[in-house]
Design a protein around this ligand. Structure first.
Ligand code: FAD
Length: 524
């Protein structure tokens, strides 16, 4: 880490025209690292990547629960420009994905650009200088720096959602969220309550069920769980990918179209969805004999409304005699027990929250002030979280959200989406650079509105909003702020070109005093 990379907080304004760095990237997951790699490849080395954690890899550093793995095939859930022939499983475990991101950090020489243990807290757009004044909290206190461009890669599934159950403060046992797994706590022989039945819970429940004395699963809604087409990738296949990279590329293409043509159809198409429901019911019936448990585990909503889950072991684990599925809500937590809304009290030693993430934290966790000092969190509180093409926001020049609003997927790899957004960001940065030193770029209000109206129109009639469907994809107004409504190739088409009439370019009042490095990189 360069010692001078982040300056201590100061009120001094040394040179209003020249930023400390051309680009500041926040976050070291697939988004932040991907952006950094592409900047380097463009010949731009004046960037800094900060992360509040002490190591890279984002999601895949944070989530260390037993059984943690991706649920999109690894050959697709990785950068297109950095294939990994050595994935050991169709759905690689957490440690392998973390190692992959660590390797990318080394291979592309990103370590010198990293400032870890530093949390971004806010950034203000300085209109006259045409740069972002950014604030953060580092190990030695407050830090500040300026950057021409700001890239947010802070992740949509990053801040754990931890419900405040009545009486939880009185609990004498251990409580932790799946994203903050307590590795020091031995679950062997314990009475464990698991709250939630989302993508993380269905991975760790089968791992802990054989070792715990009692497993009480508190379920609000039963997910659709389909068989997981997982397999170990044999050494010979890995060798083939290594020796003939084109075979791996072909495999990725096949996976891509399977996910787009089959899985997306199952989620969005009613006829395909009914077939998927049949498959889910069979999966349940094959593994759970007890009719009461089966009834409780049968979803009561249309397939696709919530995230589709896959597991070959979840139902089997819940079918075991030491596991119970409780559908009454949690009314109270006492020193050694949980009381459900039916008045039944069950003793527990530990509570594991599989309650997912605060998907709206993106709006407020870094306080961003744009043109005229407007606070983005306030604007989004009124308009709903939205961005132009999921990436840029009118009134907030030179700001890019990777995995921003409406770029999430239920059927394919979000790394594909991140890469498209990075391409758009690079084009916007180049276009601004081409126009001269310090020129900034932001989408117009009308372009952003037109884009979001179109996206919301498409989402309105889709499975995620149909009938009584409720999920974490929706905000408190029932607006889907999370998902991209269509196929990922349609997203690619939307972002392939930067349509210049959708953007405003502005020169700062005080042009850059130093050589504009973006302009130089573009010229080179
Ligand atoms: C358990 C789990 C499994 C998943 N599996 C899949 C899958 O199979 N397929 C799929 O497509 N998606 C999956 N996802 C979604 C996953 O989040 C994305 O695929 C991807 O990892 C997001 O990358 P990111 O870089 O945008 O964000 P993250 O990986 O979340 O990284 C964000 C980084 O920003 C840092 N950060 C946050 N706030 C600040 C701040 N204020 N200042 C400084 N640093 C900050 C964090 O410390 C973190 O390192 C999964 C998510 C989870 C939780």
């Amino acid at each position: 880490m360069p010692a001078t990379a982040v300056k201590p907080a100061t009120t001094e304004c040394a040179d209003p025209g020249a930023p400390d760095h051309e680009v500041l990237i926040v976050g070291t997951g697939f988004s932040g690292l991907g952006m950094a790699i592409k900047l380097k490849q463009m010949g731009m080395s004046d960037f800094l990547i900060i992360d509040k954690a002490d190591s890279v890899a984002g999601t895949w550093r944070e989530n260390t629960y037993p059984g943690c793995a991706c649920d999109v095939p690894s050959h697709m859930y990785s950068y297109s420009f950095e294939p990994n022939p050595d994935w050991s499983q169709m759905y690689a475990p957490q440690a392998e994905i973390k190692n992959y991101l660590e390797r990318c950090t080394d291979k592309y020489g990103l370590r010198d650009h990293l400032v870890l243990g530093t949390k971004a807290t806010g950034a203000d757009w300085d209109e006259s200088a045409g740069l972002w004044r950014c604030r953060g909290q580092g190990p030695e206190g407050e830090v500040s720096l300026t950057a021409r461009f700001l890239v947010s890669g802070i992740g949509g599934l990053h801040v754990p959602s931890e419900p405040d159950f009545p009486g939880i403060e009185n609990f004498d046992g251990t409580v932790f969220h799946s994203a903050k797994w307590n590795q020091d706590y031995d679950l062997t022989g314990k009475r464990v309550a698991v709250v939630g039945t989302g993508a993380s819970a269905i991975q760790f429940v089968p791992e802990i069920q054989p070792t715990v004395r009692k497993l009480d699963l508190y379920q609000r809604t039963a997910p659709w769980v389909l068989p997981k087409l997982d397999r170990r990738i044999p050494k010979v296949e890995r060798a083939l990918y290594r020796r003939f990279p084109s075979t791996q590329r072909a495999y990725r293409v096949a996976l891509y179209w399977f996910l787009e043509l089959v899985v997306l159809r199952a989620i969005k198409g009613e006829r395909f969805g009914r077939l998927a429901e049949k498959l889910g019911r069979k999966n349940l019936e094959r593994q759970v004999a007890d009719p009461v448990k089966r009834r409780r585990l049968t979803p009561n909503y249309e397939f696709g409304c919530k995230r589709m889950l896959m597991s070959n072991t979840y139902y089997r684990a819940l079918g075991e005699p030491n596991a119970d599925v409780i559908t009454d809500g949690i009314a109270e937590i006492r020193a050694n027990s949980i009381v459900d809304s039916g008045g039944v009290e069950r003793e527990v030693d530990a509570i594991i929250l599989g309650t997912g993430f605060d998907t709206q934290a993106m709006a407020t966790s870094v306080a961003l002030r744009g043109v005229g000092g407007k606070l983005l969190g306030d604007e989004w509180a009124q308009s709903g979280i939205q961005a132009h093409r999921g990436t840029m926001v009118a009134g907030y020049p030179n700001l890019f959200f990777l995995l921003g609003p409406n770029t999430g997927l239920g059927h394919n790899s979000v790394v594909f989406m991140i890469e498209r957004q990075i391409e758009l960001a690079m084009k916007a940065i180049s276009e601004a650079g081409r126009r001269g030193p310090g020129v900034s770029v932001a989408p117009t209000v009308s372009a952003q509105r037109a884009f979001n109206d179109r996206v919301q129109d498409e989402l309105r009639d889709a499975v995620w909003s149909r009938g009584t469907c409720q999920s974490w994809y929706l905000d408190s107004h029932g607006r889907n702020i999370t998902l991209w409504p269509g196929a990922t190739w349609q997203f690619r088409n939307e972002l392939t070109e930067i349509r210049l009439d959708e953007y405003e370019f502005a020169a700062p009042e005080q042009p850059a005093a130093a050589e504009n490095r973006i302009t130089a990189a573009v010229a080179a």
